[in-house]
Every structure is written in structure tokens, then in C-alpha cells.
Design a protein. Structure first.
Length: 342
């Protein structure tokens, strides 16, 4: 999977090229976003790079002569100015006793989430609780890990964090296919989703980033997609309404709420709309039945981290609602599915 690393300026952090292990200098952070694709302008809500006033929270351990101790335990790092400079307080310093020493860092952006160090054996691990029923949790959650070994040429260089997206981005685009009549979009919501869970960020056996979701819960309530009102809800003949991005917990779309595995209890897209001069209508679509844009055949049975799913809903006032989905690596639209009637 291709990745683009955007490295941001770290002006103000001191460093030399010939540091010896016993020297002590400030630990400085640099940060970029690890994006899957970046050849299309960023949609609202999707992070492409960090800007002034952005934040992340960092946890860090250092292991000196085989003994591990806590160095950072939830310190907020804040971006300032342009080019971006990252600052935190109080500033920590590097300490090295031998080339076998190492430092581990885990960072989550933005800061201010329900993020905490996990009290588990093994590598440093951090979890962030997300509940998609809360508006405050509808954010592009990013995670990064970094290990600095004492045997590198410049062990006191800036810690350059590469962040990856931990959620799935879901977008809804509504198209009024009528050539004559307007339509009022009353609401677009999702049901039977995984609504809360903990994003875990840690290292794998090879010290690479190892993100996952744990302690997840699914229920039958309708979430996200609050209704439109007034002029914002009206779509003129031939026009399009684009709903803001929803950041969802990555999940299976072919699993049901409760026992039994009934399709009626699987994740659904629910649309309420009122054609001009008519009464309100409601349409539902079982999400697992929408096929992949790659071949027009394979059902999309999950939302995965770092992917964006755009559902195009075409209001066919003479024959129901047509739904098609475009699956992309976060931003770039590559292809689209055949339409599916609901």
C-alpha cells in the first residue's frame, strides 16, 4: 500500500551530527500525515497535513541498560505558526548509556480525546475511546509510533512521527435526478453499527506500527447523519447535496446486532425524503449488499482503516432510490459501482 510522508518543519530544535551517547539534548518532535493517496484536493474534515493549533498527545518510554521507565505519560504537543513548530512543556532530554538503549513513542492526534496508556505487559500501548453517538468524537483520529535505537548515527535527532488514519471515512452524496421537481432531504442515518470502541496503538514484533480496535460494541440505534432543515434540505431538480464526512469505527458490515445473525439486524443506510408535492418517503439499504467499485460484483462487507466510502444516493422520483458506492484510499476517487435500487 503506497504511502506519502509529509514532513513538517521543526525550526527551533537544536541538533548536531556528531553526538556521543552521553550527551543530553532536548527531545524534539516533527510530524507528518501518512496518507494513502494525496492527488486530489482534501475534502472537508480529512487531514492532509498538520496546521497551526493542531495537537497530538504523546506517550514515551526509555530503556537504559535493560531497565524501562516512563518518560512521557500523556503530554500534549501543540503546533504553532507557519512553518509549523511543535512545542510541549516541560521539555525532556535524551539520556543514553550505551548503543543498546532505546526509546519508544506512541502519539495520538488530536489531543483531548479519551486517550490513556494501557496497563498491559509487552510493548508500549495506548488506547483512545471513541463513541460515534457523540458529536465531539466525529474527528479524523490519527495514530503514530516511533522507536529510536541508540545505535543510529544521530540518536538525538528530531523524532519524526508518521501518522496514519485510524478510522474509516464515510461520505453521503445525494443527487436529485428529477429534471423538473425539487426534493427535500429529511435525514440520512445509519443503523446497527459498531458505535463505540477503543483504538489501540502499539508496536508489532518488528517495532512497526500496529493499530487495532478493541472493546467494540454494536447496537441498533440510528447514528450520525442528523437531519437537514429549511433551505439546506431542499435539492433543486438536477442538483446535488453533499453531506459532511462521518468518521466511523472500522467494522464488519455483515454482522448483526444480537444473536441469530438476522439480515434485518445488520448495518443499514436509512434515507427519509419528501418529493415536491408528495408525502415523506423512507428507503433502506443493507450496507453489505452494496458491491465493490473494483469489479461491480464483490460485496463490500467491511469498512477498514484509512479507506473512504462515498455513497451516492440518486433520488429517482418515478422509481425509488438508486444507491452506488465509490471506495477510495481516503481521498482519490478511482471507480464506482453499478447502481443498486432500494
Amino acid at each position: 500500500m503506497a504511502a506519502v510522508l509529509i514532513t513538517l518543519s521543526m525550526a527551533g530544535c537544536k541538533g548536531t551530527l556528531d553526538l556521543t551517547p552521553m550527551q543530553s539534548e532536548s527531545i524534539c518532535f516533527g510530524a507528518g500525515s501518512m496518507l494513502l493517496r494525496d492527488d486530489e484536493p482534501t475534502r472537508a474534515g480529512l487531514k492532509e497535513s498538520f496546521e497551526a493549533t493542531d495537537t497530538f498527545i504523546v506517550y514515551g518510554d526509555r530503556t537504559l541498560s535493560g531497565v524501562t521507565s516512563t518518560l512521557f505519560d500523556g503530554v500534549t504537543v501543540t503546533a504553532y505558526g507557519g512553518p509549523v513548530i511543535w512545542r510541549y512543556s516541560p521539555v525532556k532530554s535524551w539520556v543514553w548509556t550505551s548503543t543498546s538503549d532505546h526509546y519508544d513513542f506512541v502519539a495520538i492526534s488530536p489531543a483531548g480525546r479519551q486517550t490513556s496508556r494501557m496497563d498491559i505487559p509487552g510493548n508500549l500501548a495506548v488506547s483512545t475511546h471513541i463513541d460515534i453517538t457523540r458529536a465531539a468524537d466525529n474527528c479524523d483520529l490519527l495514530g503514530a509510533t516511533y522507536r529510536r535505537n541508540g545505535n543510529v548515527s544521530n540518536p538525538q535527532d528530531t523524532v519524526r512521527l508518521s501518522f496514519m488514519h485510524l478510522t474509516s471515512a464515510v461520505e453521503v452524496v445525494v443527487i436529485n435526478s428529477s429534471s423538473t421537481n425539487s426534493v427535500s432531504l429529511d435525514s440520512v442515518k445509519f443503523r446497527n453499527l459498531m458505535v463505540c470502541g477503543d483504538a489501540k496503538m502499539t508496536f508489532d514484533l518488528y517495532n512497526n506500527p500496529s493499530p487495532s480496535w478493541i472493546n467494540t460494541e454494536r447496537n441498533s440505534q440510528s447514528v450520525r447523519g442528523t437531519g437537514w432543515t429549511g433551505d439546506d434540505a431542499s435539492i433543486a431538480a438536477g442538483d446535488t447535496l453533499r453531506k459532511p464526512i462521518d468518521f466511523m469505527i472500522p467494522q464488519r458490515l455483515d454482522q448483526a446486532v444480537g444473536s441469530g445473525g438476522l439480515e434485518a439486524n445488520m448495518p443499514r443506510l436509512i434515507i427519509k425524503y419528501t418529493p415536491q408535492g408528495q408525502s415523506q418517503k423512507e428507503a433502506e439499504k443493507v450496507l453489505k449488499d452494496i458491491v465493490s467499485d473494483a469489479d461491480g460484483v464483490t460485496p463490500i462487507t467491511s469498512w477498514v482503516m484509512g479507506k473512504k466510502y462515498t455513497y451516492y444516493i440518486s433520488m429517482r422520483l418515478d422509481g425509488g432510490v438508486l444507491v452506488r458506492v465509490v471506495t477510495t484510499d481516503w481521498e482519490t476517487i478511482d471507480a464506482e459501482t453499478p447502481g443498486l435500487l432500494i
